[in-house]
Design a protein around this ligand. Structure first.
Ligand SMILES: NC(=O)c1ccc[n+]([C@@H]2O[C@H](COP(=O)([O-])OP(=O)(O)OC[C@H]3O[C@@H](n4cnc5c(N)ncnc54)[C@H](OP(=O)(O)O)[C@@H]3O)[C@@H](O)[C@H]2O)c1
Length: 200
């Protein structure tokens, strides 16, 4: 398969590349250290990306930012970053990518455990993860030509503990290699409308 992997240089993206890169042709996209640059927060940039890469069998997004801050300190603009980037960035990848996916192709988006299990400073992440998971269930019943869509919702990764560990006290971390298997199930399996929870 020819697979577009957005966020390929990141923690989750690298684990996906290790798993799927063994047997598929990956186009590595993101903001830096990639084959093709894209900013998913900008619909024009997404259009350019799809024009550049041509026909695909799968699109995986492992990119998307939100602000982590105590709720009392969150300003409207802090929420807007997550809405523009991790939420609408991923929604727009689907809206603008339907035409470039071959029949039966798939979208796999990334959410996270905070939609189900809140932590302090995680309100924006919880909001956006829940919205993306709901979008996936809804889009699955409307996508044309047998196109599929799923999300992967991991707990914190072992490889990210040095950055996020203090936010996730008491959570069991999961190795990136295990998270990558959920992307494999989404891309190489047949299911649609699933939110694959990993490490809950
Ligand atoms: N790490 C975890 O433990 C964990 C757990 C659950 C869910 N998640 C979710 O998984 C996703 C990836 O997390 P991660 O930890 O792998 O992050 P990361 O290590 O920071 O990697 C994210 C990658 O995506 C790129 N990127 C960020 N914003 C982008 C944009 N607007 N357009 C294009 N590329 C963009 C980054 O490029 P630059 O480096 O150039 O900015 C980076 O290469 C996020 O949605 C995160 O919430 C992560």
């Amino acid at each position: 398969m020819k697979i577009l992997l957005i966020g390929a240089a990141g923690t989750v993206g690298s684990a996906i590349e290790t798993e799927l890169g063994q047997r598929h042709d990956l186009v590595r996209a993101g903001r830096s250290n990639v084959d093709v640059q894209v900013d998913i927060a900008d619909p024009a940039s997404i259009r350019d990306l799809y024009r550049h890469v041509g026909k695909l069998d799968a699109v995986i997004c492992a990119a998307g930012s939100v602000v982590f801050k105590p709720l009392a300190e969150m300003a409207p603009a802090d929420f807007e970053l997550g809405l523009r980037d991790k939420l609408m960035g991923q929604v727009n990848l689907v809206l603008l990518g339907q035409e470039v996916l071959n029949e039966g192709g798939s979208f796999t988006l990334t959410t996270g455990i905070l939609s189900q299990s809140p932590i302090a400073s995680g309100a924006s992440a919880s909001l956006v993860n829940g919205a993306v998971d709901a979008f996936v269930r809804s889009a699955a019943i409307e996508l044309p030509r047998g196109l599929r869509i799923n999300s992967v919702s991991p707990t914190v990764l072992v490889e990210a503990l040095s950055t996020y560990g203090s936010y996730f006290r008491g959570f069991k971390a999961v190795p990136g290699a295990e998270v990558a298997l959920a992307y494999s199930r989404s891309v190489e399996g047949r299911q649609t409308g699933q939110n694959y929870q990993v490490g809950y």
